[in-house]
Design a protein around this ligand. Sequence first.
Ligand code: AMP
Length: 206
Amino acid sequence: MKVVLLGAPGCGKGTQASKIAEEYNLPHISTGDIFRENISGKTELGLKVKAIIDSGNLCPDDVTCDLVKDRLSKPDCQNGYLLDGFPRNLVQARALEDFAKPDVVIDIDVDLDLIEKRITGRRSCPKCGGSFHIDFLSNDKMCPTCGGDLTIRKDDTPEVIKERLTVYKNSTAPLIDFYKSNGVLKVVDGNNTIDAVFEQIKKVLG
Ligand code: AMP
């Protein structure tokens, strides 16, 4: 099964992606995570995209498409994939049609007013990759999974969030119509608890 998760920044894509990957045994491919790993490892790619990511803009399409195409060619993607954060615009969506057309595209629909609160409360663990919200943490400094130090993503500041939302509205939201006309779009209501959203996703995926 080839699944794409769509949704605005902060809609809960990463959290749902981890749950789906576990339930359906699919490789969870997050382009944002891949870029961040490259930034931490100071690779050539990381150095190239750091300033772009810090500003809330999109990394170049050719670099991003090549990276995803290469990742999807790995043996663990033989039976499908779960893409989180790709495609982000029509150029990427058309490229994906050519190299690994998705079977289902799930749009996690959230009120854009809720987004800022969700993102500013977000904390991540660089050690295990976990992502949490301060509303659900008893200690907002320590990772509840592995005990690592929780950090705030550099692109989760109010100014950068504003830019990321503009990018979402202009470049990514048009994908909803693109996939609707392809007949593969399913919309779930993301203004809900993590478990309630996951239940809707399981109904969609069967
Ligand atoms: P995310 O973790 O998905 O919110 O992604 C964080 C940042 O990585 C984005 O704001 C972009 O700068 C970059 N990024 C992630 N996925 C893509 C993509 N498919 N195309 C271009 N840039 C991306």
